[in-house]
Ligand binder design. Structure first.
Ligand code: AVI
Length: 314
């Protein structure tokens, strides 16, 4: 029997140590809802401080787009409150704006369209249902909608290993033309207790978000994970540096997925996510390696987060 890509990926990830499940699996409908709630937690400072940056520095960020026609491409729009801050700034300047949210979920794109149409009806919305890789190819073909501002906010870049992040940013650079800009959110290294609380909150939403991954495999692949027999663990790896999420077996057990049995020892872990934290030197390094020119670096008042504005030059 042919295995679905989901099943094949899960079985490959669990087959050998370190057992791994891809963090992209978090975002089914339930996981996306849980992540949305996480972004409103007091402990999950990332959303709050990036909103502060876009509120304080929004005008400087959108200024290079000028006052004519432009396109804002949003890689991972989320609930879009942050993007909305920039779209309003562009309209205030008199720009003619096309908004292009990119997502693989039609539901997420519908929400983005509705929100922008209700809040800023003057903006034309062109949703792009695609993976980021395909979206980059589409971007490359588009020569007509003015300079682009590509948003990659929320430190989503942090969920990629450094090499993957580099390849992604270099691919983005190749897809763009002189005069285009990108705005990339980087979560910065900060005191460990702050990070630990952000990735293991008191209400247990991050725990539920991580465990939903197993619930999803039960729902979609007929796996038989006992959710009571795994716990959420968040650790700090100073070498990377990064917060990492794991699901740890609380007792010895066997889990069957797609007729394949997986034996877990008590205490054995599955790696589910890496959330890299950066220094400003890392940020400059990524820009230079990918071939962008730094046009601005904006941080919050505590220096916890940076939004880097990069320009494409010929
Ligand atoms: C989407 N991404 C940037 C989040 C992060 O902080 O790495 C996902 C997340 N994981 C646990 N809490 C939030």
């Amino acid at each position: 029997m042919r295995r679905s890509p989901l099943l094949a990926g899960v079985l490959a990830g669990l087959a050998r140590p370190p057992r791994t499940l891809a963090s992209s699996l978090f975002y089914d409908a339930r996981g996306s809802q849980l992540f949305q709630w996480i972004t409103n937690l007091p402990e999950y400072y990332l959303t709050r401080v990036e909103r502060e940056i876009l509120t304080v520095h929004g005008e400087a960020i959108v200024a290079p787009m000028g006052r004519g026609r432009c396109t804002v491409v949003d890689l991972g729009a989320g609930d879009g409150h942050k993007t909305q801050l920039l779209l309003r700034r562009l309209l205030d300047r008199g720009a003619r704006v096309t908004y292009a949210p990119v997502d693989i979920s039609q539901a997420a794109l519908d929400v983005a369209r509705e929100r922008v149409s209700a809040d800023t009806p003057a903006i034309e919305v062109r949703t792009v249902r695609a993976t980021y890789a395909r979206a980059l190819r589409l971007l490359q073909g588009d020569r007509e909608s003015g300079p682009k501002l590509v948003l990659f906010l929320g430190s989503s870049v942090g969920n990629l290993e450094h090499q993957e992040a580099h390849s992604f940013l270099a691919g983005l650079r190749r897809a763009l033309r002189p005069g285009d800009h990108v705005l990339v959110g980087f979560d910065l290294v900060k005191p460990l207790p702050v990070l630990q609380r952000a990735y293991d909150d008191a209400q247990g939403l991050t725990r539920a978000f991580n465990l939903n991954l197993l619930a999803r495999l039960n729902r979609e692949l007929g796996a038989d994970f006992d959710l009571q027999a795994f716990r959420h663990v968040a650790t700090w790896d100073p070498g990377r540096p990064a917060m990492e999420s794991w699901l740890e077996a609380t007792r010895r057990q066997t889990v069957v997925i797609g007729r394949v049995a997986h034996h877990f020892a008590a205490g054995e872990r599955i790696h589910t996510e890496i959330s890299c934290k950066y220094t400003l030197e890392h940020v400059g390094g990524f820009a230079a390696e990918a071939g962008f020119v730094e046009a601005g670096r904006f941080t919050d008042r505590d220096g916890w987060f940076a939004d880097a504005l990069w320009r494409v030059e010929a």
